[in-house]
Design a protein around this ligand. Structure first.
Ligand code: KIV
Length: 286
């Protein structure tokens, strides 16, 4: 499969929809790549999906760097985009570039940052350092405390217009793609029509240029309630629990391991060993 690049994603606008999924480790990235996924987002949703935190604010740059490196080691054909965690870009543009460079050196090919026009100076510095940037507007999970929870955005005329304005500002600044999360379909449709970068929706309706879902939600590996916009394509939690339960039962019943799963030696060695007494065993060649 040909490698997906930032320019090839830009060129897909209006031609072919883009499939993006999160992944946080080597097997996840291998699976996504083998399935033909275009973009792997090493999302800060790793905080919830993998580390069991309540929100994404708890994941650090160092933790994200480990996830990015594990994904990159899978050498996926998919483009690898790293989420910049909270407080890694709520600092000076210089420090933002240094933090982004850590993720790029770990194997990311682009970074994603949440927020609107207020992020422009940071995005400009990242682009000047040759780091492609994906934007993220609408419901931005890092704003959980400022918003008082996870709330669908853009339901009023003023907030819908704000999202559209921010999208245009980010597009003019040069983001190569824009995630739209938790907004009404009509807002997605207007943004998608007005900007040159592809939009990638999550809970944002069908008119986006692509879609993204969290790996664990899509595969049914989550432990909470799934949001309305999630389509669960598999129930791996049930499959995995069943497999682990059968393993438990087999161990306890002495059915695992079988002869086929066991290493053996020549019968003569077996005889010699079983004839050993504790005193001559210590003198054996082992
Ligand atoms: O971290 C994440 O999973 C994300 C997606 C929801 C877009 O930012």
């Amino acid at each position: 499969m040909a490698r997906v690049t930032v320019p090839s994603i830009r060129a897909r606008k209006g031609i072919e929809k883009i499939a993006m999924v999160t992944a946080y480790d080597y097997p996840g990235a291998k699976l996504a790549s083998e399935a033909g996924i275009d973009i792997i987002l090493v999302g800060d949703s790793a905080a919830n999906a993998v580390h069991g935190f309540d929100n994404t604010l708890s994941i650090s740059l160092e933790m994200m760097t480990h996830h990015v490196a594990a994904v990159a080691r899978a050498e996926p054909h998919s483009l690898v985009v790293a989420d910049m965690p909270w407080m890694s870009f709520h600092v000076s543009p210089e420090e933002t570039v240094r933090n982004a460079a850590t993720l790029i050196r770990a194997g990311a090919e682009a970074v994603k940052i949440e927020g609107g026009a207020e992020r422009i100076p940071h995005i400009q510095r990242l682009l000047a350092a040759e780091i492609p940037v994906m934007g993220h507007l609408g419901l931005t999970p890092q704003s959980i405390h400022a918003e008082g929870g996870y709330r669908i955005q853009g339901r009023r005329l003023d907030t819908a217009r704000q999202i559209i304005q921010d999208a245009q500002a980010l597009d003019e600044t040069g983001v190569f793609a824009l995630v739209l999360e938790g907004i009404p379909e009509v807002v997605t449709s207007v943004v998608t029509e007005r900007i040159s970068a592809p939009t990638i929706g999550i809970g944002a309706g069908i008119s986006a240029d692509g879609q993204v879902l969290v790996f664990h939600d899509l595969l049914g590996l989550g432990f909470g309630r799934y949001p309305k916009f999630v389509r669960q394509y598999a129930d791996l939690r049930t499959i995995a629990t069943d497999a682990l339960r059968r393993y438990c039962n087999d161990v306890r019943a002495g059915r695992f391991p079988s002869q086929k799963e066991t290493y053996s030696v020549d019968a003569s060695l077996e005889d010699a060993l079983s004839g050993d007494t504790p005193s001559n065993a210590s003198a054996s060649s082992f």
